[in-house]
Design a protein around this ligand. Sequence first.
Ligand SMILES: C[S@@+](CC[C@H](N)C(=O)[O-])C[C@H]1O[C@@H](n2cnc3c(N)ncnc32)[C@H](O)[C@@H]1O
Length: 326
Amino acid sequence: MNGLNTGGGAISGNPGDQFPHQPVLYHEVLDALAPVSGSDYLDGTLGAGGHAEGILQASAPRGRLLGLDLDLEALAIARQRLFAYQDRVILRHASYRDAPEILQEIGWQHFHGILLDLGVSSMQIDRPGRGFSFSEKGPLDMRFDQDSGLAAADLVNTLSEEALAKILQDYGEERFAKRIARAIIAAKPIQTTQALAEVVKKAVPFYSSNIHPATRTFQALRIATNKELETLAAALPALLMCLAPTGRIAVISFHSLEDRIVKRFFKTESRDCICPPEQPTCTCGHSASLKILTKKPVRPGIQEIQDNPRARSARLRVAEKILKKA
Ligand SMILES: C[S@@+](CC[C@H](N)C(=O)[O-])C[C@H]1O[C@@H](n2cnc3c(N)ncnc32)[C@H](O)[C@@H]1O
């Protein structure tokens, strides 16, 4: 795995349209991570490898990248895309939560840059067999990792009405959570995306014409199926430990629930004291380890949203690990 320049060249324009997922905030991510040769990077949510390819190009000739994804189909696409850089890349079928153990196993010291581009890819949404979309009929699956865990159908068909309503409320911020949960219980077993979308549509008293009434239900079930928020909250402190001093972490989120977790984590880790404000003296012993580089999240511009409407809700937050004095 020692660095040979097997790919590279300058970064220009937007990355390959021939791939089934257009990387969001591509230039902003590369500006944020500012990759350089001789440094090591983690792309914890590899997808089709668009951001990863940019990082490898920018860090030629000796930058290395560890790419992780829970989705075997995504890994296969990324492996093909990154073939030219194979001497500088390690790809693994794993959660970004497991990055600290993988870092040890591959013998790298730390990462100089970490990227998480959270959520679902266009490949996943567009493939009816994955069960993420209500636009076409497919099995109610929604797992990023089809090799493990319970599918969305298992949740829908086994959870109590109360538990379902809580998921819809907490993860979908769905105002009709109770009604929808009641309708799901009455209609179960529900095995397909379209059957669920129909149940939701009938359960809600009214809905806006430009957002499908099942949008929030699908978001909530996807988050619950993949334990997305728990994973993010548990992974951030562990990833911070793997970040080199002056290394940067960039996180793209697509809804306020995950963005809130990132924002709070960055805020806490950028403070020297995290004692309650009413406490007269500090007893926490906490010290800041991050400097926030994005006071407000970076959003895609109008052009990017026009070119790729799925980018519209993306928010990028970036922080840099503080170089502590000895
Ligand atoms: C928005 S896509 C990433 C797209 C990628 N940046 C690109 O340029 O193509 C998100 C990816 O993260 C993966 N993913 C979601 N949760 C994950 C986790 N906990 N660990 C690893 N991969 C995860 C999904 O399977 C999906 O492929």
